[in-house]
Ligand binder design. Structure first.
Ligand code: ADP
Ligand code: ADP
Length: 227
């Protein structure tokens, strides 16, 4: 069971005059698919980065599994973050890109191989494992970036517009892949997007933000059929 509770979270950047996130309250259920939507600058990425531990929380409490984690470093949070600018290591093969984090953690070689092959199978990139990133299409690179997170087997995935650099057709395809991944991984997803269709098709619940505050929380049906 992994639940995430954000309790009256505030964020003010040191160099900023105003708060970027104000009184953010949300209980995220185990295995839930949460989507954040809202205009550019409304605080979506900031909230995601606070959950990941990449940004300090100014005020309020963040709980994972009932434990307050405000001061827990990112590596101890069992959370993986996938960005839109998925920087792969250009000199490494796909296999080594996916294995890199596990090697740092001194995971045994045979286990690394097993995990990378399993993730590659899920993401349908088994035949690409020997290639270098330069020899991949945009969609294939995005799969590898996802694969790097999947091998870690985290309980929570944070995705910040992971598909926004892909063309429309590929975006639709990868959206379905992400839905499938969510079903197969038994993980909680927190996903930021500008794309209303993505939000509607992926979300269990949508969180609509504006100017640092939550405007509405609901199922896609509730959110898009409310007056
Ligand atoms: P997005 O709207 O997609 O989050 P932005 O262009 O707002 O992207 O931000 C890109 C990067 O610049 C982010 O890493 C963000 O933290 C940083 N950034 C955004 N606004 C500011 C700011 N006012 N001062 C410093 N860094 C900022
Ligand atoms: P979104 O992801 O919804 O586009 P962000 O979380 O990136 O929004 O930004 C929320 C607000 O915080 C914006 O006003 C942005 O300019 C500001 N901001 C983001 N990152 C920084 C930063 N590193 N320093 C100062 N201000 C920032």
């Amino acid at each position: 069971m992994v639940e995430i509770n954000l309790s009256s979270i505030y964020k003010k950047y040191d160099n900023a005059e105003n708060y970027s996130v104000t009184d953010f309250n949300l209980d995220i259920l185990d295995n839930e698919f949460i989507v954040f939507v809202g205009p550019s600058g409304c605080g979506k990425s900031t909230t995601l980065r606070m959950i990941a531990g990449l940004e300090e929380i100014t005020d309020g409490e963040l709980y994972i599994d009932g434990n307050m984690v405000n001061d827990t470093p990112p590596k101890d949070r069992d959370i993986a973050m996938v960005f839109q600018n998925y920087a792969l290591y250009p000199h490494m093969s796909v296999f080594d890109n996916m294995a890199f984090g596990l090697k740092l953690k001194k995971t045994p070689k045979n286990e690394i191989k097993e995990r990378v092959e399993h993730a590659a199978e899920l993401l349908q990139i088994t035949d690409l494992l020997d290639r270098k990133p330069a020899a991949l299409s945009g969609g294939q690179r995005q799969r590898v970036a996802l694969g790097r997170s999947v091998v870690r087997d985290p309980k929570v995935f944070l995705m910040d517009e992971p598909l926004s650099n892909l063309d429309a057709k590929l975006r639709v395809h990868m959206r379905k892949e992400i839905a499938k991944l969510h079903n197969e991984l038994n993980a909680t997803m927190i996903y930021v997007t500008h794309d209303q269709t993505e939000a509607m098709t992926l979300a269990d619940r949508i969180v609509i933000m504006n100017a640092g505050v939550i405007q509405q929380i609901g199922t896609p049906f509730e959110v898009y059929n409310s007056p």
